[in-house]
Design a binder for this molecule. Sequence first.
Ligand SMILES: [Mg+2]
Length: 185
Amino acid sequence: MKKIIKYIDCDGVILDTEFGLFDEYNRLKNTGANIKRLTYLQQLDWRGWIRQAKIINDAISIIKENNPNDAEILTKVHSLSEGLAKIEYFRELGIKNNIILVPNDLRKSSVVQAKGNLLVDDSIKNLDDWFAHDGISLFFNADGKNESIFKEQITTNNQYPLISTLESVFSSETDKYCKQLILKK
Ligand SMILES: [Mg+2]
């Protein structure tokens, strides 16, 4: 059986970069500034933003405790500077895993092969696409709730196993779950 690659999302799974992300954007909007969401994200000081973000449920330590060949970080980026900031930050913390940047306009399944591989993500939209491409999806929520914060998409998870710590990604239960799903497909 081929090795299952475990892809781990960054924002909302490893780092709480989404908390307060649009506060400044909303403030600017309220002052009547003509700024688009995408432009705002592209121009953000990602180096600073990533460093102020909270690490979610010990994610960095858990990734470092496990073999770097067992998981890869798969993260959407709005600009190269966002990608650079993320890679720099993870390397500074001693993370040795592969880090794959997905341009925001593309799906994760367009950049890496979903089939037979695992994706841990807090976006149901990403997980639906992954699953539609024969991937194995796990829903992440830091508080153990089956709800996502993305108001522009479906916000209730009722399809994928829920995890709230990355320890679950490296557990034998998850390995068993993956093998069962692969056999079924
Ligand atoms: Mg995310």
